[in-house]
Write a protein that binds this ligand. Structure first.
Ligand SMILES: NC(=O)c1ccc[n+]([C@@H]2O[C@H](COP(=O)([O-])OP(=O)(O)OC[C@H]3O[C@@H](n4cnc5c(N)ncnc54)[C@H](O)[C@@H]3O)[C@@H](O)[C@H]2O)c1
Length: 460
């Protein structure tokens, strides 16, 4: 299985995308990696040269421009589509880009006979039937980390706002009350920030906090190389008892649900602060309310909740979460509607990242970053080798398939080959030399005729 990407571990550099042949690259499109020594061979599907993409839910114009610069036909719609609309529309398209409102069900996937790839231009992928997509040979890509910096910056703002009681003073003055005071207000300089979860967000935050003169400690289940002067501690208890501010940046897992409850809050220093921008269930909120009301904690910022309203304007009340009124009435608590990652920059990055993933898959076969699919990639081919063909074969994960594929490839020189499986689906990519376009039809017939075949594509 592929090792999960971690921001502080080395990872292979992404292969930049050269433009499809016959198309000029726009200035904003990915650079080519051609150099005097190595010119990259530009690939595109042997069939389906005129790939059609449907982008729904007003996906960013940066993504539209990136696709058009690569020569794809793009239809852009501002709204989501219903299941019936998708069933009627998607059969025309090779790729679809959605956000969270469009549901790609098994019925939609079954109807979309030409569909090769799905791009979720957002963080989550719950709106797609991932298993049905994988079994139809369709990888699904998203952009889970494009908003890390936005979250880290919000935490920096919250550190200062909490330690200066900013929201209390601003609220009073809005209501006509002048209340200048310094008691209980602190600089963040020289204080200790405890970061729980030193991943994409936690590590970004570490750098920003040190620039403010804050001492950073962190706790993570993995041993991670600290950035700057940050220091990893060996237990959550050590972090809780040492930090003036505790901020949570872990995923929601069975072991992180209620990881901050009454015993952990009791370990925190009197007068310290808790910030949760991770997932709503990581903090036991009634226990947090008790710790705030007893003045054990001096304040908290909460951006994520166990139950969140489904749409803007909806009430945030006790029907949704039984403790909502108590939390809203607790002083020096900053409550925000899950906006940690909501910035225009994050949206733009999401557009660019998902557009690149779709293009890499359609033109180069790479599934690196796919959420439902075996992750496979091959290094770029050299341009002067005009007789290379790349075979991309998705099949059911069962014994004997590679032997059948390699029997079909055996008359040729297989320069590179890589295969990987995930659950019931496996994917093999191979670059073969000295094969003419005319021989591709015969190869296609042999490989796509194998019993476990799901999808066979050729790129040249
Ligand atoms: N508020 C928002 O709008 C918003 C936006 C983006 C992400 N998030 C959430 O922020 C969280 C962190 O995101 P990220 O991108 O940094 O994730 P990440 O996967 O890059 O990092 C998570 C880190 O937590 C560590 N971890 C896992 N279990 C742990 C445990 N039990 N104790 C200590 N450390 C543990 C992991 O090893 C990893 O280093 C996620 O829950 C994500 O859903 C919220």
């Amino acid at each position: 299985m592929a090792t999960p990407f971690h921001p502080l571990r080395p990872c292979p550099p992404p292969v930049p995308i050269p433009a499809r042949s016959g198309h000029e690259v726009a200035a904003s499109a990915s650079p080519t990696i051609s150099s005097p020594q190595f010119k990259v061979k530009i690939l595109h599907p042997v069939e389906n040269v005129d790939l059609r993409l449907l982008l729904l839910e007003n996906i960013s114009q940066e993504a539209v421009a990136a696709f058009r610069a690569q020569g794809f036909h793009v239809d852009h719609r501002t709204k989501a589509m219903t299941e019936e609309e998708l069933i009627a529309t998607l059969p025309e398209y090779h790729a679809v880009g959605i956000r969270s409102k469009t549901k790609i069900t098994a019925r939609v996937i079954q109807a979309a006979a030409k569909l090769l790839v799905i791009g979720c231009f957002c963080i989550g992928t719950n709106q797609v039937d991932l298993s049905a997509a994988a079994q139809a040979g369709i990888p699904v890509f998203n952009s889970p980390f494009s908003n890390s910096r936005s979250v880290a910056e919000l935490v920096m703002g919250e550190l200062v706002a909490l330690s200066r009681q900013l929201f209390e003073r601003a609220h009073e003055l809005r209501h006509g009350v002048w209340n200048k005071q310094s008691k209980g207000c602190w600089e963040v300089r020289g204080k200790t920030l405890g970061i729980v979860g030193y991943g994409h967000i936690g590590s970004q935050l570490s750098v920003l906090a040190e620039a403010f003169g804050i001492r950073v400690i962190f706790y993570d289940v993995l041993n991670i190389m600290p950035l700057g002067s940050a220091r990893q501690v060996d237990s959550l208890s050590t972090l809780l008892s040492d930090a003036d501010f505790v901020t949570l940046h872990v995923p929601e897992l069975p072991e992180t649900i209620n990881m901050i409850s009454q015993p952990q809050l009791a370990l925190m220093k009197k007068g310290s602060y808790l910030i949760n921008n991770s997932r709503g269930k990581v903090v036991d909120i009634p226990a947090l309310i008790d710790a705030l009301q007893s003045k054990h904690l001096a304040g908290a910022a909460v951006d994520v909740f166990p139950s969140e309203p489904g749409s803007n304007g909806a009430p945030f009340d006790d029907q949704l979460n039984s403790w909502a009124t108590a939390l809203r009435n607790t002083p020096n608590v900053i409550l925000t509607p899950h906006i940690g990652g909501s910035t225009e920059e994050a949206q733009r990055l999401i557009g660019e990242e998902v557009a690149q993933s779709l293009t890499r898959y359609l033109d180069y076969g790479s599934t690196i970053g796919a959420v439902n699919f075996p992750e496979v990639d091959l290094r770029a081919m050299a341009q002067e080798r005009g007789d290379y063909i790349r075979v991309c074969h998705v099949h059911r994960n069962q014994p004997g398939v590679l032997k059948q594929v390699n029997d079909a490839l055996s008359p040729y020189n297989v320069e590179k080959q890589y295969s990987e499986s995930k659950g019931e689906v496996a994917y093999v990519m191979a670059d073969i030399a000295d094969v003419s376009i005319e021989e591709v039809a015969m190869l296609r017939e042999r490989i796509s005729g194998t019993p476990a075949n799901i999808l066979t594509r050729f790129l040249a």
